[in-house]
Design a protein around this ligand. Structure first.
Ligand SMILES: Cc1cc2nc3c(=O)[nH]c(=O)nc-3n(C[C@H](O)[C@H](O)[C@H](O)COP(=O)(O)O)c2cc1C
Length: 156
């Protein structure tokens, strides 16, 4: 089994997730090739049994170049994909208030936007997971390695 993994990490958390995903898969005898979306043209992605896409958030959405990358993906309908995102951890505002569910959901439209693009191409969604990142640049939430391992089990 071969997995192609495309991330868009800026500060390193998404890259760490990719490395952990690869490590856990290699323990299971599975090859994972990691790419930054900036380094790859989305047309003609290498053949794989599973594609993983990973994005941070920017103003509630994936960064524009991630949306463009996903829109440019040209894979056979039915190709399997999974999403392993990072997002900003919810914190209190200047008044000491936590965001409401509605505010949080506006800040976190990355997964639905990515799914809409990829499902719209007839690709087959397998699983998703998201990891909270504190203070934009990390650290990631405690126990993130366990969440990645559970994600690995779900995609297999
Ligand atoms: C300018 C800017 C805007 C951001 N906007 C959002 C956002 O709307 N929603 C969200 O969940 N996280 C947001 N974040 C936090 C990023 O998701 C977080 O920095 C990222 O997940 C870290 O991953 P990386 O280390 O792989 O770059 C924003 C970060 C920056 C720098």
């Amino acid at each position: 089994m071969k997995i192609e993994y495309f991330h868009a990490s800026k500060f390193g958390s998404g890259e760490k997730l990719a490395g952990e995903f690869k490590r856990l898969m290699s323990e299971r005898g599975i090859t994972v090739n990691i790419h930054h979306m900036r380094d790859v043209k989305p047309k003609n992605l290498p053949a794989a049994d599973l594609y993983v896409f990973s994005s941070p958030g920017r103003l509630g959405k994936p960064p524009i170049y991630v949306r463009r990358f996903l829109q440019g993906v040209d894979l056979a309908p039915g190709s399997r994909y999974a999403i392993l995102n990072t997002q900003g951890a919810a914190g209190v505002n200047k008044k000491g208030e936590l965001p409401t569910d509605e505010e949080l959901s506006k800040y976190r439209q990355m997964l639905p936007i990515m799914r809409k693009i990829l499902d719209g191409k007839g690709l087959h969604f397998v699983a998703s997971e998201v990891i909270d990142v504190f203070d934009l640049k990390g650290p990631m939430e405690e126990g993130w390695e366990d969440k990645v391992e559970a994600f690995v089990e779900r995609v297999l």
